[in-house]
Design a protein around this ligand. Structure first.
Ligand code: GAP
Length: 513
């Protein structure tokens, strides 16, 4: 299946099975805003729980907070967001459509990459086993030509972005002959800066309302609480503060479903360390975070680090963890060594001293910070993309199955009476009433057993049990595994012990230690 088709299917599956709906759907939706349905919210909560527990339960020196979305407006002046949280925008005069200039150019770079990949795929097919990809990439004239053009464009683009040279960005768009996908013309306006923060007002206008912002990241809520937590928790360096919460950005290019949203959720952890030790900690957090992703079992090949060449002025190291989405490798998480920039800025703008007294050395200093920042929604998307499968079954039938990691699945166990009579529903309910205290179970008695299995496959339920006419006599049920479709007879009394370890978040956490 072409990747584009696969992605479309995943998006419609999300809607059809109660994972993700467009926001305000009955009013035809609101751009780049989505709601999570009955299954989506369970999956999302499990992702958040996995992250939270991996941070706060598994690290004695990490604690959590939950700060407000509204913050004092000076916070965003201090953080640099008021002056510099901008995207370079360009309009097409014919279609009246607005685009991010950097995204137009990045798409152009991706086109060169696609051309190169196509040449490689063609040659691989032609030469079969004897194909030496590295040699082909290094010697094939067409690949070399595309690579040279791509690299030259990349260099020009990086230089223009580093210098925030808006005229330079426009010139690249003109020189590359990039056209508006709607009008097909090159009738572009100049590029200008656009701030991504949403503004609103607090207080009534009569008594002098003041402008405040919806937070564009949760991180600042941690920085402004650094002293509160350090003092009340008597925290000693190194220590971390974790937070999960909503963030808001007025994204202009909102596409790829929940990949880029205007209202989204972040899971961020700021780890405060002694100056001079930050690069060591940065490396440790890169490994720790990759391990967290790999524990889900999606395979090493689907992840890569992207180390930033261009660093923000406050960072001395930065990298992304990228995941192979159907539309290419994309950032899911960022790990940044942010130095002492944020705490120092808040010290300057608030006039309050934010220093750490080091009992070991007797010195006072501003701690350095390593940030790990992951989007819940992007994580959700990567889980859905990896788990969605269409399988051909013997007999020509196909099944759609979500091979979700069991610990993240919305429902862990479906309890199914074989028929709706002969006391089987009552027995099934009794089993369900016992097990639902331990994990999320669903009862279903409608339609044939085959149809019920398919329904559970489509929402990723890892196990189903069927109560049949033998159950009353032998005290056993049939346990069906979602992925293998194998069935085995197990005693009812053993179910909890058999399943709990496989479906709990603890099963994932154990892989991290
Ligand atoms: N505090 C650092 C920070 O916010 P970021 O790279 O801008 O860094 C961190 O965002 C993560 O938040 C990203 O890796 C991504 O997973 C998620 N994210 C950012 N913008 C998003 C958007 N518009 N929609 C969904 N997720 C987003």
């Amino acid at each position: 299946m072409a990747q584009e088709d696969a992605f479309k299917k995943i998006v419609s599956h999300c809607k059809e099975y109660g994972f993700v709906f467009p926001s305000s759907d009955i009013y035809d939706g609101l751009g780049a805003v989505y709601d999570y349905g009955q299954n989506g919210v369970e999956l999302k909560n499990n992702i958040k729980q996995y992250w939270w527990q991996s941070m706060v339960l598994l690290h004695e020196n990490i604690v959590g907070i939950d700060s407000a979305i509204f913050m004092h407006p000076t916070v965003w002046k201090a953080s640099g967001h008021v002056d510099a949280f901008n995207d370079p925008l360009i309009d097409n005069r014919d279609s009246k459509k607005r685009y991010r200039a950097d995204v137009l150019i990045e798409d152009q770079i991706a086109k060169y990459d696609e051309k190169i990949d196509k040449e490689v795929a063609k040659a691989a097919k032609r030469f079969g086993e004897a194909f030496d990809e590295a040699k082909f990439r290094a010697t094939n004239p067409r690949v070399l030509e595309h690579t040279a053009r791509r690299d030259a464009l990349h260099k020009r683009y990086s230089d223009a972005m580093n210098a925030m040279d808006l005229d330079g960005l426009k010139q690249i768009i003109l020189d590359e002959g990039i056209v508006c996908p709607i009008s097909g013309t090159r009738n572009w306006t100049d590029v200008r800066q656009f701030n991504l923060m949403f503004k609103t007002e607090v207080g009534s206008t009569a008594d002098g309302a003041s402008t405040i912002y919806l937070r564009p990241e949760t991180a600042q809520g941690i920085f402004v609480n650094y002293l509160n937590v350090q003092k009340t928790g008597r925290m000693k360096l190194p220590f971390g503060i974790a937070q999960i919460g909503k963030a808001f950005r007025n994204e202009i290019v909102a596409r790829q479903f929940i990949f880029r949203m205007r209202e989204f959720e972040q899971m961020e952890m700021q780890f405060f360390v002694k100056p001079g030790t930050e690069i060591e900690w940065f490396k440790r957090w890169k490994e720790t975070r990759l391990k967290w992703h790999l524990a889900l079992g999606f395979g090493e090949d689907n992840y890569r680090f992207h180390d930033h060449e261009k660093l923000a002025h406050y960072a001395n190291a930065a990298c992304d963890i990228e995941f192979r989405m159907p539309f290419g490798f994309k950032e899911v998480e960022g790990i940044h060594s942010r130095t002492d920039f944020d705490l120092k800025q808040h010290e300057k703008f608030s006039g309050k001293s934010i220093k750490y007294f080091d009992p070991e050395t007797g010195e006072s200093y501003t701690p350095y910070d390593i940030e790990t920042s992951i989007g819940v929604d992007r994580m959700f998307l990567s889980v859905m993309c990896h788990s969605y499968c269409e399988e051909q079954l013997p007999g020509g039938e196909t099944r759609v199955v979500l091979k979700l990691p069991a610990a993240l699945a919305p429902t862990k166990l479906a309890v199914l009476p074989l028929v709706k009579k002969d006391g089987l529903p009552e027995q099934a309910r009794a089993i369900m009433n016992e097990l639902r205290f331990h994990f999320n179970c669903k009862y279903d008695e409608k339609d044939s057993i085959g149809k019920r299995y398919r329904r559970q496959d489509a929402v990723g339920t890892p196990y189903c049990i069927t109560v049949d006419h033998e159950t009353a006599g032998d005290g056993c049920v049939t346990l069906r595994d979602r992925d293998t479709m194998q069935q085995e007879r197990v005693p009812v009394g053993k179910l909890r012990e058999l399943l709990e370890d496989k479906v709990s978040i603890t099963s994932l956490l154990k892989k991290l230690c």
